[in-house]
Structures are given as C-alpha cells and as structure tokens.
Design a protein around this ligand. Structure first.
Ligand code: NAP
Length: 287
C-alpha cells in the first residue's frame, strides 16, 4: 500500500494555540510511514473560543483521536465523556481517543518521562527526586513518579503555592511522599545534595536563551546523580553540559516528548511500536 491519503485514511490530530512549532506531526507521520499504517496526523490551530465547537467537529467527522496542547489541556476535560484517573489528578489531558462517538481522555506526559528514563536504564523506584519548577509539565511528571513508587519528591518553585498544590494532590491521593520549598540557591543545595535524581522543568536555558542555566553553583551535584532537563531545544542545555562534566548521567526532554507521543499512538491505534523504530526515532536526538 502506498502512503497517499484515500477513502480509508483515518485522521489523528493536534489542537493547540499556537501550534506551528510542534514536533508532534513529524513524529506521528514518521511512525505511520514506517509502519505502513493508513493514518494521517494533522495540526489544527484552535483558539480557546473555538474549543467546544472544534471538539464537536472532531466527533462529527469521526476523527480517531487527537493530542491536546497549550492552552487547552485543562479546559478540554469538560468536553470529554471519560477521563483517566491519572489525567484527572494531573488536571490535564494531552490525548483523546474517539470510540464510537465517545471521547476518552488520557495524559501520557508523565509516562513519557518514565519510559524515557527506562530507555536509558534509569529506574526511579525508591529514588529521592528533586524537581525544579511547578508548572504543567512538573505536575504531570510528579504525579506519575509518585504513582510509580519514588521514595520522595521535593518540589522547588519560585512561587511556593504552586509547588504546595502539587504536593497536596500527591500526598492526599497517591502516597504521603511530597514536600515543597521556595526555590533559591540554598534550598536547591539543601535538598539537591541528598537526591538521586534532579529534574529541571522551567524554561530557563531553552532556545533562544540557551546561555541561561537554572543552577548557579554546581558544588552539590555529585557523579552518581541523574540530571534531567525537560528542555529539548537545545538538546544539551548548559545545565546538562555542566552536569555531564561533573560525571552525572544526563537526560534531555526529547525522550519524554517522543515517548508521550508513542504512548498516545498506542492508545489510538492499539499498535505496539517496536524497539527498532523507537531507536531510529531516538537517533534524531544524537545526530
Ligand atoms: P508552565 O506551566 O508555564 O510552568 C513554568 C514553570 O517554570 C513554573 O513553575 C514557573 O514558576 C517556572 N519559571 C518560568 N520562568 C521562570 C524564571 N525566570 N525563574 C524561575 N522560575 C521560572 O510551563 P510547562 O508547560 O510546565 O513547561 C516548562 C518547560 O518544560 C518548558 O521548557 C517546556 O518546553 C518543557 N516541557 C517539555 C516537555 C517534553 O516533552 N520534553 C513537555 C512539556 C514541557 P512560577 O510558578 O513561579 O511562575
């Protein structure tokens, strides 16, 4: 079968605003091509005012499924028929599946990070984790890590309330393992020097401000620590460069992006993506 669109083509999509920068169409259409599946993945720029109508339209058109990105991850929930427990705790949905006109919501962001770690042979079970930042990405990964059995999570954020809020969700719904503090040099040192895994989730160091680094003093960073930066542009932020110089294992955000997409694709199609295709997609990261 060739890959041209025909009467049997099933449609997958992405809604967000803005949408032009998204790497998801490239990832999903590459997977469809490699697996010879008759699906196509299309980005749709949808403003908040049009969200309800867009969702109705997807139902009417029989779209198989779609991803949801900023600013709709939270607001989409009210238009869905069912939402996974995980996505409800995260307060955000990034993947919707249409089953016979009913819309089911999931969140694969946290799973993306866990699978990215696994692909690097990193287990977070029973680990002490420090997370810098308490925005949407932090919330998704902290909740998932709590569900996956980390020993404890410390969330450091400029605005302490937001970190507190994530900790409350974890401590009251999953297990009592989360604590928060305001993020500054001294709290980072205090909690950071005892941790096994340090995860940075703010945009500091992201393109175009690639010279910036969220960590000023690297003395507390030790070589048996894993340092992860959710940023994937650039692939190796200043934080990751410096952590690597200290002998740490480093992980960037490309794996999380890729694996959240793979999990979404598996939800929509039921097709399991094989290791050799994942390896090929991961190579983009190393080229
Ligand atoms: P968000 O919801 O806007 O949260 C941003 C967080 O960063 C907040 O905790 C904010 O602190 C903090 N922050 C921002 N600028 C800061 C500054 N100058 N100083 C101190 N703290 C600052 O954003 P998000 O959706 O969580 O995304 C955060 C990062 O993760 C981005 O770089 C994004 O590209 C990346 N990301 C990666 C993936 C992936 O798949 N790899 C997925 C999602 C996001 P306050 O609470 O004090 O405002």
């Amino acid at each position: 079968m060739d890959n041209s669109i025909n009467g049997h083509t099933k449609v997958l999509g992405l809604i967000g605003d803005p949408i032009e920068h998204s790497l998801s169409p490239g990832i999903h259409n590459t997977i469809c091509r490699h697996l010879n599946l008759n699906y196509t993945y299309v980005p749709f720029r949808v403003s908040p005012d049009n969200l309800k109508e867009a969702v109705k339209g997807f139902k009417a058109l029989g779209v198989t499924g779609f991803n949801v990105t900023i600013p709709h991850k939270k607001d989409i929930i009210k238009y869905l028929d069912e939402v996974s427990k995980e996505a409800l705790l995260m307060g955000a949905v990034n993947t919707v599946k249409n089953i016979e006109g009913k819309l089911y919501g999931y969140n694969t962001d946290g799973e993306g990070l866990i699978k990215s770690f696994k692909s690097e042979h990193i287990s977070i079970k029973d680990k002490k984790v420090v997370v810098i930042g308490a925005g949407g990405a932090s919330r998704g990964i902290c909740i998932k890590m709590a569900m996956e059995g980390v020993r404890h999570i410390t969330i450091l954020n400029r605005t302490r309330d937001k970190a507190d809020n994530i900790c409350n969700v974890i401590n009251s719904n999953i297990q009592d393992i989360a604590r928060s503090a305001e993020w500054d040099g001294s709290t980072l040192r205090q909690y950071g020097e005892q941790c096994d895994v340090l995860i940075h989730t703010t945009p500091i160091g992201m393109y175009p401000e690639t010279h910036r680094c969220p960590v000023k003093d690297f003395d507390f960073i030790h070589s048996n620590m894993v340092v992860c930066d959710l940023i994937y542009n650039p692939f190796k932020t200043v934080l990751l460069q410096k952590a690597e110089e200290k002998g740490c294992k480093i992980v960037n955000g490309w794996g999380m992006l890729l694996f959240q997409a793979i999990s979404a694709f598996e939800i929509w199609t039921g097709v399991k993506i094989h290791r050799d295709l994942i390896n090929r997609l991961q190579k983009v990261n190393r080229s």
